[in-house]
Design a protein around this ligand. Sequence first.
Ligand code: ATP
Length: 194
Amino acid sequence: MKICLFGGTFDPPHIGHLLIAQTIFESEHFDKLFFIPALNPPHKDSDAITPIEHRVNMLELAIKDNPHFEISDLEVKRGGVSYTIDTIQSIKKENGFGSDDLYFLLGSDTLKSFHKWKEPESILDECQVIVAVRPGFRPSDIPAWILSQIRFANLPRIEISATTIRERWRTDKTIRYMVTQPVWEYINKKNLYL
Ligand code: ATP
């Protein structure tokens, strides 16, 4: 089994997430890709994040038609702060995956603060980190010991972020085509991001 983990806040999940996940799934021939919504992302203000039930519901709506995608509720069930290294280690332990079979997908913006994550060296040892380049990325901002242990994936670059989507929604601009239609309907129905 060759598995890819894709952690994030997904507030909301958008087509940037879906498109890079699908592209990497295909090019790397993964057996499964797990979206892992973070309960309490260490680097984000928890008061400013949408409650986890909504984020999970939106993720379910976003990926429901894709048999290759699944949601892992590991960080939700574990509680506390959602550290990536804890997630990687428990997934490996539960499923008997080796470090070569387990991949972790992240966007290049997160690389800038990667050295401040919990046990960054262990993350790089325990799985294969694949990076999706986002607009504005400069490799010179990243320490060499990180650059030497990650791989950049050849993925479409999509200039879209959850922050932009929330901001647009709040200011009455359209977010059509930035999220899937069922996610759009959910945001509308539940009055999120106002
Ligand atoms: P926010 O704007 O709220 O910080 P985000 O759009 O970056 O959110 P997250 O849920 O924080 O979304 O991201 C989860 C992962 O997906 C991160 O590794 C992030 O870098 C990556 N990611 C998000 N959007 C894109 C994109 N358009 N292209 C490539 N990677 C992305």
